[in-house]
Write a protein that binds this ligand. Sequence first.
Ligand code: BGC
Length: 762
Amino acid sequence: MKNYIIHDPWHIIEAQYRPEHNEFSESIFSIGNGRMGQRGNFEENFSGKTLSGSYIAGVYYPDKTRVGWWKNGYPAYFAKVINSVNWIGLHIKINGETLDLVACTVQHFERRLDMKHGILDRSFIATLTNGIQVEVKSSRMYHMFHTETAALQYHLRLLNADARVELSSYLSGDVFNRDSNYDEKFWKTVDRNAEEYLRMVMETKKTNFLVETLLLNRFYHNSKLTDPQERTIHADRVSESVGIDAAMGDTLTIEKRVSIVSSTNHERGSLYEVAKSNLQAITRESFEQLKNKQHQAWQTIWKESDIQIEGDIAAQQAIRFNIFQLHQTYTGEDARLNIGPKGFTGEKYGGVTYWDTEAYCLPFYLSTQDVTVARNLLLYRYQHLQKAIENASKLGFKGGAALYPMVTINGEECHNEWEITFEEIHRNGAIAFAIFNYIRYTGDIAYLLPWGLEVLIAISRFWSQRVNWSVNKQKYVILGVTGPNEYENNVNNNWYTNTMAAWCLRYTLECLDRANEIDKTALEELMHKLGFSALETEKWRHIVDHLYYPDDKSRGIFLQQDDFLDKELIPANELPLAQRPLNQHWSWDRILRSCYIKQADVLQGLYFFEGNFDMDTIRRNYEFYEPLTVHESSLSPCVHCIIAAKLGKEDKAYEFYLRTARLDLDDYNNDTEEGLHITSMAGTWLSIVEGFAGMRVYNDQLHFKPFIPSNWESYAFHVQFRGVKLYVKVSRDNFEIKNLSESGINLIFNDRPFTVEPALTT
Ligand code: BGC
């Protein structure tokens, strides 16, 4: 763990130069705007530890699969949202010596992310080996008000001497992915020049995404605009420079404004014109004006989605950090985009889509954004349905059965570890569950007929073929799977997967009935299109009624999988700390044989379907499984927080809250340097809203059953539900709910019905 991020309600602050942890800090100080984003890399040269990363949503490369032993059915590639043009770069020489913090004595270093306004600032004083001392202050932002643009400002002041300062500002296409499977470069430079603007036109190999970058530099000497003196064009880098004989106390400033556009959003032939007009729009404004616009854009975002906590700054900072990063990653306007587990903050997981979106992220968007955002997340999967059917047929399934990929960007599977690609099939269930969750929350049952039902039928077809009849058990079983707990592979009858499979079949049957009531003709047309008949539903019913669920009657628990109790059961808190996280210390086979659970598995099922289980069952399972869980997936603590809160285990719930909320800020799993855990950040939001406030939707109504951690004075948030916007505040001795809309709403508070009229406080 690390604990050097200073606690502050609206800022993330690193107040000391720590080159040894630079990659961790670069992840933490990532910024973005849903269209693109970047790690908190330094602008000037840095020869120390750094993972350079700037990413553009949807621009990916199919990196050829690399595995030790090829297995039939493996995907040919892993899609990666790739490191793209570096627009922030500065090369600075002072009396001939390059400014590189590694070679300097650094004082008063600070990186500060202003989450309220969406600005990343950095400042330091550096003494070069030639004795010259400079003060640097930089600010940069990815504009939320114009998402194809970004800007930065960099001031350098000479503190102790006159000096010759050479400033060179560049665009570089010389970028790599550290995780490239074959050390391949993913880009080719198509064009570059340095005329009115610095310009790089780059194209991805294989996928042929064309990306046009236009950069406008402005150099100032003591606020006086100075023309660039030299323009240089290299194979994949263009730059502009000035050389200034500056006096002690002088300030040199560079402002960089950039527009980055790609053929994912515009005609290839129009990219230059689009980028130019974007750039012109943001060069009409001063840097201060751009900052004001950025402030306003973030103000609007925070108005809808802030959570305020009184009495606990660490918790307050953390929830804002999580919400801030979610908004930087995904804005929901484009149904072709999704939420990568690392967003634009690192290379791991490739920036592509996992079940995380449906299982963890959807509720955040449902409650805080316009309904179109959640719907776009659903449509993303609808658009991929044919690919999911192809994917299933490659694995031997027939008749329109769909297996959605574990990892994808375009609908094709690109995860290539057999235990996950072929076995972690529960992801199909999460996609069905998201349809259910969306309809439950929004009441938009009309989603079923054009879109939802078709997906549900295809998923159910998969489950009905994936089960097999066990003569021995006289039940259907599901063999050879990996459940959510990836520290077990190739297990039989993972309780969560079996539960999900049966639920999917049952829910699809219910939806068929609903669709029949809503629009019989449309349903018949759909059934005709899909070649679907009542015969299939008969089999589904039989499976639902005869599926096998492993359990242990004496303990009153569900078994994570067959024979789970054969393991040596030693609670995780007896493991030496030096061996944690296990995945960085133990051999894989030792992990597989052990009882240790990476993330909620049985408990994930109890979380999704809590309404089907009584409190005692939930408690017994929680008390059995939680002590064996090592929470080495970022997705784990939030589910445990919600269940612990439900069970009245308030201290545990709070402990899990901090663990999910500060997972990256404090580096709980020692892996933040690879990038932030964006998808689990939605789980952090869930921990407060579902965990602490106990918000649920049952029978078309919102329910609340709040508690407040003992060290908090209050917490407050907004949610939208079926056209009604609510402000909810939980204090030590009060629950306040304000209806900010025009119509009243009936809801259930601590199991009792209430009506909250518009603008009234209850
Ligand atoms: C988790 C998966 C998750 C993936 C991406 C893995 O560590 O075990 O459940 O989908 O990370 O977040």
